[in-house]
Design a protein around this ligand. Structure first.
Ligand SMILES: Cc1cc2nc3c(=O)[nH]c(=O)nc-3n(C[C@H](O)[C@H](O)[C@H](O)COP(=O)(O)OP(=O)(O)OC[C@H]3O[C@@H](n4cnc5c(N)ncnc54)[C@H](O)[C@@H]3O)c2cc1C
Ligand code: SF4
Length: 324
């Protein structure tokens, strides 16, 4: 491991100007649970680590008239335990509780969880220079791809590893980003990008930008949400397939529904086609499975991950029926 310096900025403004000067040689650190592993595995070689923990007041969960604001440095454990989140956004509460282990939830932050790097085993192997690391080939495409994407792949087949992202997108969350030029707020759904847009990055963040806050609009009357995650190991694991579902149900019929999948694509994947089939119909296992099958007609599984299509049916009917 190469030596690096640690910067301790006191304001977001100091981070963005530092970042602007140093461009690709500095890396932001929140809880460090992913970043430090990347350094130890020699995937990145920072000259400077910018410790966001030195900036006061970036950890909060505040209820306001136009929704709930959550600071980027709020820990995943705080999200998982917060009574307001539990009561008003149960899907987010459930998602936060499935993230990793208690220790990792204590250290890991909202901003870090949303910006964590992919878990593809070729990417994490220091000996392998795949396309995401500037090489010319995706080794997963014809190699071992059991955990890879069945949707939105091409060039690179990572899956977005965050449990919080699908849950927040299903709740119509927005993300606020600061840079030397000022602040901007965009739908979280537009934060993530497919490999065909940029194979080296997973989101729109430029090197001089910092995630400052996430905002969730107030839950509408009668709106319910849930998060259902299938994983290989019972204790802790990343999602093989997960579904975040938000909707309003009356007499067993979804008046409105939004479905976002995790574990199936390089970005959290909205299942709009399935939403259109389910909306206005009596929710049954048969209907939900049919809706998943229709929506997955565009899926392009690789050699080892076709099983994920059936798992999508399972997570969809189990999560949606739990709201009825
Ligand atoms: C063993 C293990 C199991 C895990 N299981 C799960 C799981 O089941 N579900 C799940 O969702 N996650 C899982 N994770 C991932 C874990 O949740 C993340 O490592 C953690 O949330 C990252 O948060 P952090 O604050 O430690 O980020 P860091 O490690 O500090 O940073 C991660 C990345 O985000 C960037 N970053 C951090 N904060 C900001 C910011 N404010 N603005 C811009 N960029 C930022 C960093 O530069 C870095 O690239 C697991 C991790 C491990 C090690
Ligand atoms: S899926 Fe992406 S990260 Fe994995 S080997 Fe292919 S290019 Fe690299």
């Amino acid at each position: 491991m190469k030596n690096f310096n640690i910067a301790e900025p006191q304001t977001i403004g100091q981070v963005t100007s530092l970042a602007f000067e140093k461009k690709d040689k500095y890396f932001l650190m929140a809880g460090g649970t992913d970043l430090l592993a990347e350094i130890k595995d020699e995937i990145i070689e920072p000259e400077v680590i910018v410790n966001l923990n030195s900036i006061p007041n970036l950890s909060y969960i505040k209820k306001e008239k136009d929704g709930v604001r959550i600071g980027a440095l709020t820990s995943v454990a705080e999200l998982a335990e917060d009574p307001l989140i539990k009561n008003e956004y149960p899907g987010l509460h459930e998602a936060a509780n499935t993230v990793a282990t208690p220790q990792l939830r204590n250290m890991g932050t909202l901003g870090g969880n949303l910006c964590q790097r992919p878990r593809c085993w070729y990417y994490r192997d220091p000996q392998v220079k795949c396309r995401k690391k500037g090489g010319s080939k995706c080794f997963a495409f014809k190699g071992r791809n059991k955990y890879h994407a069945i949707l939105g792949g091409g060039l690179c087949y990572i899956v977005n590893p965050s449990d919080l992202a699908p849950a927040l997108i299903s709740l119509d969350a927005e993300i606020s980003i600061s840079s030397a030029k000022g602040d901007k707020t965009i739908p979280l759904a537009n934060f993530y990008i497919l490999p065909r847009i940029s194979v080296r990055r997973e989101n729109i963040l430029a090197s001089n930008e910092v995630v400052r806050e996430v905002k969730i609009p107030p839950a509408k009357k009668g709106e319910k949400s849930t998060y259902y995650k299938l994983k290989e190991r019972g204790v802790w694991d990343f999602a093989i397939v997960s579904a975040a579902v938000k909707g309003t149900v009356s007499g067993g019929v979804f008046k409105d529904i939004k479905i976002v999948l995790g574990g199936v694509a390089p970005v959290p994947w909205r299942l709009e086609k399935a939403e259109n089939i389910i909306r206005g119909e009596k929710a049954t296992e048969d209907l939900l499975r049919k809706a998943a099958r229709e929506a997955l007609k565009e899926a392009r599984p690789l050699k080892e991950n076709g099983y994920k299509k059936e798992l999508v049916e399972t997570v969809l009917y189990r999560s949606a029926l739990s709201l009825v």
